[in-house]
Design a protein around this ligand. Structure first.
Ligand code: SF4
Ligand code: SF4
Length: 163
């Protein structure tokens, strides 16, 4: 699979890694991911924990002096790892992604309460973060009823799932 970004533009300044809020959880820093890609070590990258720790915050992409969109690279690599059947080192993260998309495809917006409830049931830990959820509910940040549907969005998502 061709990446949209060109990793050989990177000159290894590591600004991406120093700005990454979750770099401590990664086995390869974002600049190392880009370096390995430019060396053709794709398989090592696809098996990395880093792909599943990335929060998609775009801090790295904004900081890159060469305008390399590392966030999108991470997205593309995650999809490729799933397509190739490479075992995810953090199955709970993959499950969360799937649950999020499934919930989004219903109405075009996420119903957080239902999504987290279903996710916790799937992970067989129904009361995980229940105290946090209760606080958010009291503060009005979680809603019992699902949000109103975005016109046409759920149809578009279903089409995307099929392609
Ligand atoms: S998008 Fe991912 S890799 Fe980039 S700074 Fe955010 S968490 Fe780190
Ligand atoms: S910030 Fe850009 S140029 Fe610098 S190491 Fe990261 S990807 Fe390479």
């Amino acid at each position: 699979m061709m990446l949209k970004e060109n990793p050989s533009l990177c000159y290894q300044c590591a600004k991406c890694s120093t700005g990454c809020p979750v770099s401590k959880e990664m086995d390869l820093m974002p600049h190392q991911i880009i370096h390995l890609l430019s060396l053709g070590q794709r398989d090592r990258v696809l098996r990395s924990r880093t792909l599943w720790m990335c929060a998609g915050c775009y801090a790295c992409a904004v900081r890159c002096p060469n305008d390399i969109d590392i966030t999108t690279v991470m997205d593309e690599l995650r999809s490729e790892a799933v397509e190739k059947g490479i075992p995810c080192p953090h199955p709970e993260v993959l499950e969360f992604h799937r649950n999020f998309l499934k919930d989004m495809s219903r109405r075009g917006k996420v119903h957080e309460l239902r999504m987290m409830g279903e996710y916790n049931m799937r992970m067989r830990r129904p009361f995980h973060d229940a105290a946090v959820g209760a606080k958010m509910f009291i503060k009005g940040r979680l809603h019992l009823l699902p949000p109103s549907a975005v016109g046409g969005f759920s149809r578009w998502m279903k089409k995307l799932w099929r392609s």
